[in-house]
Each structure stands twice: as structure tokens, then as C-alpha cells.
Design a protein. Structure first.
Ligand SMILES: [Zn+2]
Length: 95
């Protein structure tokens, strides 16, 4: 399925890409890329040390929705970036 938005989870040093996911719809249920990527991160990963990058095609606004922000917070991710009008913005107050 064609997706306009994707999410990448990397280590803090950006050397290892842990998981990549995109928005998807299955059986009329949507799954946002942020949640899909976080669910695939290997168990035991120190989530305080990973970085989440959310990008929409064309670097357009991809700020995680409130529901995804709550999931991100529950996973303990502290560094979250999203595309916004051609640049990357940092999500304020993730935990
Ligand atoms: Zn979302």
C-alpha cells in the first residue's frame, strides 16, 4: 500500500537503524507509522537512548498525533523529530 508517512527508529548515535514502518490500513483499522515502528523494536532495547524520526513525503508536516504521542511517551522515547515544511522539528516535552 502506498504511504505518505514513515517512521524510523535509530540508536542515539544514528549508526543503527532499528526499525522502519509506514502508515497502513488493514481490515479497516489504521496503524500509524510511529506505533508500528515502536512495536517492532527488539525487546531489551533501551528506549531512552533511541531516536524516533517521523517524515512525510515532501518533508511536509508529520507531527505525531496525540494518540501516537501517548504511545511514544509510554515507550519512554525522549528524542522525537518530525518533518515540518522542509525541516525537522523536535517534539517538545516527550517525557
Ligand atoms: Zn498517530
Amino acid at each position: 500500500m502506498f504511504s505518505l508517512l514513515g517512521c524510523i527508529v535509530t540508536t542515539q548515535q544514528d549508526r543503527i537503524m532499528l526499525k522502519v514502518a509506514k502508515n497502513s490500513v488493514r481490515y479497516e483499522l489504521s496503524c500509524h507509522a510511529e506505533v508500528a515502528a515502536l512495536m517492532k523494536v527488539p525487546p531489551g532495547t533501551n528506549m531512552h537512548r533511541v531516536k524516533l524520526l517521523v517524515v512525510r513525503k515532501g518533508m511536509k508536516m508529520s507531527k505525531p498525533c496525540v494518540r501516537c504521542q501517548r504511545v511514544i511517551e509510554a515507550f519512554g522515547v525522549r528524542r522525537v523529530y518530525y518533518s515540518c515544511d522542509g525541516t525537522l522539528e523536535r517534539l517538545n516535552n516527550p517525557i
